[in-house]
Design a protein around this ligand. Structure first.
Ligand SMILES: Cc1ncc(COP(=O)(O)O)c(C=O)c1O
Length: 439
């Protein structure tokens, strides 16, 4: 019997050597490797290329991406840069991981959940928000909509922006409060002039989609985007994440970048590198803020992962093609990662077995485990979780999210799977379906 883990990290000697180099270099916290990774991710997001020589034009690629210690931190800092706080509402799909919602709660905002479309998007089957429900959820208090590019498939931002524009009259930008951050928040909200569109792109680095007639990569579509580089993600730095944003009229990117640095490093106006300059010990604390910076050890893993990333995305596409063929033959519904204008990052392979209950689904997961295949469920909707139930949210109000979850299984999808492993997973699924007389 084979043992197929769900999502082990794909780490080679290249990543190991880069980490060793970082350790030997004498600089292990945020420093040159982190800054280089930020520039390279900026170039990747704009061009889809991982080999742009960002050293040739450092200024061009600087101040556009901020590497942090997680996507959760990136989501929270995106909201704090935007100026979301107590009294504000943030709209989040009911079908996502907790971080999409908890980041807004950390900022003191109120989360409003929106159900997904029945069976997800008509083409990709990705569990996107119901856009009519989204439009009706926007009030005078709404400051942000956080869409989720679940499984690596980019959501329909054209529709989301259209809704935000249509509801523009309800939007009131935050007043300046006389503090440097409050002033930035005011200028950003005024320049955007509508509810901001945020992307939880924890799964979707490297995905692309036709947006307003042009091919755009994830990170170059929403007003603010957050990526995850957690150990189970396509692209990992063990733990880690990044924020990026679109240029905001009248606000300098360098200023936004500076505030991300301040928010992620205690509100301290000099980082460790700046303090090493001769005689430059003195610093100020301009806000009692957070600590969520990326270290150069993590960035070292990321630099070498980025070298390999296009190859990793290709391998995911090959595995997905094999799973697609098997599911189509078995009559199992699955995500469509590669459709006309949309190329996913192929992060998760979600299947839905027609007509089964949540109990039968759990039995499928057990039968797969008995055959050595680890599977999972992405996701149990947030209104079913204790923390959100305690806030008065009820799953009965999100029937599409519940139905999507009840018959869903996530198959193992990662780049350590050999072709034989993929065939084995398919065979285990076939046996399970047959034994349980499903489909
Ligand atoms: C949709 C989504 N958003 C956010 C996160 C949080 O990522 P991180 O662990 O990097 O904070 C995850 C992690 O799994 C996720 O799946």
């Amino acid at each position: 019997m084979r043992k197929i883990p769900f999502s082990p990290p794909d780490i080679t000697e290249a990543e190991i050597n880069e980490v060793a180099e970082a350790l030997r270099s004498g600089w292990i916290t945020t420093g040159p490797r982190t800054k280089l990774l930020e520039r390279r991710i900026a170039a990747f997001i704009e061009t889809g290329k991982n080999d742009v020589d960002t050293e040739a034009d450092v200024a061009r690629w600087s101040n556009r991406v901020v590497c942090l210690n997680s996507a959760t931190a990136a989501e929270e800092l995106n909201l704090r840069i935007l100026g979301v706080g107590p009294g504000d509402e943030v709209i989040v799909p009911a079908y996502t991981y907790t971080a999409t919602a908890s980041a807004a709660i950390h900022c003191g905002a109120t989360v409003k959940f929106v159900d997904i479309r029945k069976d997800g998007d008509a083409v990709t089957h990705m569990p996107e928000m119901d856009y009519e429900d989204l439009a009706s959820a926007i009030t005078e208090k709404t400051k942000a909509i956080v869409a989720v590019d679940l499984a690596g498939i980019i959501a329909d931002y054209e529709t989301i922006y259209k809704i935000a524009e249509e509801k523009k009259d309800l939007f009131h930008p935050a007043e300046a409060d006389g503090t440097p951050l409050g002033d930035l928040n005011h200028r950003i909200q005024t320049a955007i002039g509508r509810v901001a569109v945020l992307s939880d792109a924890a799964h979707s680095l490297g995905a692309s989609r036709t947006f307003r007639g042009e091919k755009k990569y994830c990170g170059a579509i929403a007003d603010f985007t957050s990526f995850s580089f957690h150990a189970v993600k396509n692209f990992t730095t063990a733990e880690g994440g990044a924020s990026t944003w679109l240029p905001i009229e009248g606000v300098d990117n360098a200023e936004i970048y500076k505030f991300f640095q301040l928010l992620s490093l205690h509100g301290q106006n000099k980082d460790a590198l700046a303090k090493t300059k001769l005689g430059a010990w003195e610093y100020d604390i301009i806000g009692p803020w957070y600590k969520c910076n990326m270290t150069d050890i993590m960035a070292g893993i990321g630099l070498r992962q980025l070298d390999r990333y296009p190859g990793l995305l290709k391998r995911r596409a090959q595995i997905i093609a094999k799973f697609d063929a098997a599911c189509d033959e078995l009559g199992i519904s699955h995500l469509r990662h590669y459709t006309g204008g949309s190329n996913s990052s192929g992060h998760l392979y979600l299947i839905r077995i027609p007509g089964i209950t949540a109990e039968q689904r759990n039995a499928v997961i057990e039968k797969m485990a008995e055959q050595g295949v680890a599977t999972n469920v992405h996701y149990k909707p947030l209104p079913m979780m204790t923390a959100y139930k305690a806030q008065g949210v009820k799953i009965e109000d999100y029937p599409n999210a519940y139905n999507y979850y009840a018959n869903l299984v996530s198959l193992p999808l990662h780049t350590l799977l050999s072709d034989e492993d993929v065939a084995y997973v398919v065979e285990a699924l076939r046996n399970t379906i047959k034994d349980m007389k499903l489909c």
